[in-house]
Design a protein around this ligand. Structure first.
Ligand SMILES: Cc1cc2nc3c(=O)[nH]c(=O)nc-3n(C[C@H](O)[C@H](O)[C@H](O)COP(=O)(O)OP(=O)(O)OC[C@H]3O[C@@H](n4cnc5c(N)ncnc54)[C@H](O)[C@@H]3O)c2cc1C
Length: 435
């Protein structure tokens, strides 16, 4: 095979930072804002034009993993600190509705643009935080167990950035993989989906139809070649607007591996084609949609799972379903194990009513690199535990926790594996994070 040779480059180090976060999704923004609020000179690098990752670009539509069932019919938060501040701000602005009970937890439907505006306001308020958009991490320099610097392609040039602590919030473990960290890849990946928005919906009638949606989808699954047997219609709270979760994209009869360019390119195009076809189905078959139109597809494919790190601890299915506590827990989650699997099915395994499990700090600590942490959907978990911990509440809790850890690493000059977890938890607890 022919090859081309790229000449070696020497990059100017544009910034020396305390904390550098790669990926501006839910986890990365929470990490960067928390770090800056703690006084760290913080950088945030995001390859897309805006912040929010899957929550905005993927338009996933609801915040899950923020609440659980409390005494009686009440719902109580499982998150605290910045994640709860974000949820409450969205509610106060009318950009989220709920929480709406779902079995023994709850969802918070939101307006994706509202989330993006809020996250961008939060970062713009922080003088110690420098955000780089349209900027892509490409190389990582590791020496003697430490990340010594990274290369980032910006619009104009490739630059070097250096920090005391690095956080991989890329969703796909990009930074960790470039740093040589081992990743877990057991079993099959979850299927991705292309979310889309319908407008001019008769929302009252559409809400009435949600209950009969599973039966409708099941009966049309074969005849209409639907990609899913179950799905969701998510009113955003804005007049006539509903987010539709009915797509699911496969590649050669299996889940797309979105870490592979060829498969991701195929899936982006296939996902949008599916949205056009599914919007017609929705208009024809679901009450309230007859006069609706497909206003837009999400700006990127909704990717549930690609790569996860092998960390100091691997969260397991029985930890989740057994509502296990951990001495190094940095937050709690009550979201069920939700897997998007073959045959158009979604499988659910619920925790006991009112139960929640702790997310150990060690799941955010990659092995072998002493100044690297991860947050969000590349945490260390088996595929079942991941199917719970991947939702936005725990992603934000992890982002918040790694920033607190980063402050300690900077002040105490310790390795990530030597963080004083009791102090970390005391800070989080002081912010009202249920532990
Ligand atoms: C279709 C779908 C529906 C879902 N539904 C829900 C739901 O209803 N509720 C819920 O809570 N969760 C839901 N989830 C899960 C949830 O959305 C994600 O797991 C969560 O948003 C992940 O957040 P994150 O910050 O870890 O990653 P992401 O949101 O993926 O953010 C990672 C960021 O890193 C950036 N990045 C990647 N590589 C680089 C690089 N080399 N350089 C610079 N930047 C880079 C990406 O552009 C991205 O912005 C759903 C997921 C999907 C796909």
């Amino acid at each position: 095979m022919a090859s081309i040779r790229i000449p070696a480059e020497t990059l100017r180090v544009q910034e020396e930072l305390d904390l550098l976060v790669i990926g501006g999704g839910s986890a990365g923004v929470t990490a960067a804002v928390t770090g800056a609020r703690l006084g760290l000179r913080t950088g945030l690098v995001e390859e897309m034009p805006g912040l929010g990752g899957m929550s905005t670009g993927g338009a996933v539509g609801t915040y899950c993993g923020f609440y659980k069932k409390g005494p009686g019919a009440t719902l109580v938060p499982t998150v605290g600190g910045l994640p709860l501040e974000i949820a409450d701000s969205l509610l106060a602005r009318g950009h989220a509705i709920g929480p709406i009970p779902l079995h023994d937890t709850a969802v918070l439907p939101y307006v994706p643009m509202g989330v993006q505006h809020l996250l961008e306001e939060l970062v713009r308020r922080e003088p110690r935080l420098r955000v780089r958009l349209h900027s892509r991490l490409t190389h990582v320099l590791v020496d003697e167990g430490l990340v010594r610097g990274v290369a980032v392609d910006t619009r104009g040039e490739r630059i070097g950035l250096r920090a005391r602590v690095y956080v991989d919030a890329s969703g796909d473990a990009v930074l960790s993989r470039l740093a040589g960290v081992e990743t877990l890849r057991e079993g099959t990946l979850q299927y991705p989906s292309m979310m889309f928005t319908m407008q001019n919906v008769d929302v009252a009638r559409a809400i009435g139809a949600i209950r009969s949606l599973p039966g409708l989808l099941e009966s049309h699954f074969v005849s209409d070649q639907l990609p899913r047997r179950s799905g969701n219609l998510i009113p955003t709270g804005r007049p006539g607007e509903v987010l539709v979760a009915l797509s699911r994209v496969e590649f050669e009869g299996r889940p797309v591996d979105a870490a592979v360019e060829q498969e991701l390119s195929f899936a982006e195009l296939e996902g949008r084609a599916q949205a056009v076809r599914l919007a017609e189905f929705v208009r024809r078959e679901i009450p309230g949609f007859a006069d609706a139109f497909l206003s837009h597809t999400a700006s990127r494919l909704g990717v549930r799972e690609t790569r996860k790190i092998a960390g100091e601890y691997v969260l397991r299915e029985d930890d989740v379903l057994g509502a296990r506590d951990f001495a190094d827990g940095i937050g709690r989650c009550a979201w069920p194990i939700e897997r998007h699997v073959a045959g158009g099915h979604t499988s659910w395994s619920f925790l006991e009513p009112g139960a929640s499990y702790a997310i150990p700090f060690r799941c955010l600590v990659p092995r072998g690199v002493d100044n690297l942490l991860v947050a969000g959907r590349c945490l260390s978990a088996d595929s079942a535990a991941f199917a719970s911990a991947r939702v936005i509440g725990p992603c934000m809790l992890a982002g918040q926790a790694v920033a607190v850890a980063a402050q300690q690493i900077c002040t105490d000059d310790v390795a990530t594996s030597r963080v004083d977890v009791e102090r970390l938890r005391a800070t989080l607890s002081g912010w009202g994070v249920p532990l």
